[in-house]
Write a protein that binds this ligand. Structure first.
Ligand code: ADP
Length: 290
């Protein structure tokens, strides 16, 4: 599903003494079936932006188009439920929202709330539990008996059970160990590819943004500073460092290499393999001196 934000502006508690401007003239498009990452310092407006994607927040100014649904600031909105069914959001620490007696009931809660029959919801639960890499046997267990990693997968299964077309991920690996993080990110990438999901990831991990996203949206103070491919964004490492953001380790290595040996590689490398390929001729040239 194509998503377009045009001249989007948003204030929390507008017109009150506590008014807080959170988004300003945001223009961005997420193409159907694409994988995008939103990066930016804490407070730059990432969460506010993503809550607009399924109308949890409505724009103060501007327009959002999600598929064939248009949400214009100031207009009365009906039928937002349909939109919420199509755009699934995995919030930070989603396992905190588990509450049912069994894993199956928890996964079925969303679909049944949206009018799916119990039988169909249970069928979906059996499918999605496998999609998140868990065994069907867990369906009868209490979610609170599971490990932290399993609980997170159950919560994600609950979002997938809605059969969304768009998946919005807000720091989905927060609090996981490095191995758990890689597993979850690989799982989302597989789902993105297999189901053709339009995926939008908010992340502090520049490695994940570089590895998975086709497009990166860089935010600062409620505005979009830059959009581009990972290569375009990470080519301007200095800008990111000034914003207090990191760059992927491989980019840091390349910058250090270029400084140390007074060379400029042809392109910004995003993977170790690319970097090895790019520096090999330099090393050959340098002979013993490098
Ligand atoms: P990020 O996700 O990039 O950390 P947020 O979207 O959470 O940024 O916040 C953007 C701005 O809006 C920040 O200045 C933040 O303090 C403010 N903000 C966020 N949520 C609220 C709220 N519920 N009420 C008032 N201000 C808020």
């Amino acid at each position: 599903m194509d998503i377009t934000l045009e001249q989007l502006g948003f204030s929390y508690q507008p017109g009150s003494p506590f008014e807080k401007r959170a988004l300003e003239q945001v223009n961005v498009a997420f193409r159907s079936g694409s994988y995008s990452a939103i990066i930016g310092h804490t407070g730059s407006g990432k969460s506010t932006l993503l809550q607009h994607l399924n109308a949890l927040l409505l724009p103060t100014e501007g327009k959002i188009t999600i598929g064939d649904r248009v949400i214009q600031a100031g207009e009365k909105q009906r039928g937002l439920k349909d939109l919420r069914e199509k755009v699934g959001i995995v919030f930070q620490f989603p396992e905190a929202q588990l509450f049912e007696e069994t894993v199956e009931k928890d996964i079925c809660f969303g679909p049944m709330n949206f009018g799916i029959s119990e039988e169909d919801a249970k069928k979906r639960a059996r499918e999605v539990i496998q999609e998140v890499g868990l065994s069907e046997e867990l369906l009868t267990r209490s979610p609170f008996e599971l490990s932290g990693g399993q609980m997170r997968r159950v919560a994600i299964a609950g979002v997938l059970a809605m059969d969304p077309e768009v998946l919005v991920l807000d720091e989905p690996t927060a609090g996981l160990d490095p191995h758990g993080r890689t597993e979850i990110m690989e799982m989302f990438y597989r789902l993105h590819q297999e189901k053709g999901l339009t995926t939008i990831l908010v992340t502090h991990s520049m490695e994940d943004a570089a590895r998975y996203a086709e497009k990166i949206v860089l935010m600062k103070n409620g505005t979009i500073l830059q959009t581009g491919t990972p290569r375009e964004i990470f080519s301007e490492a200095d800008q990111l460092l000034e914003l207090g953001l990191l760059v992927p380790e491989v980019v840091r290595f390349q910058k250090a290499f270029e400084r140390r040996f007074q060379v400029k590689l042809e392109k910004t490398c995003l993977t170790m393999d690319e970097l090895v390929e790019a520096i090999t001729p330099q090393l050959d040239k340098g002979g013993d001196t490098i």
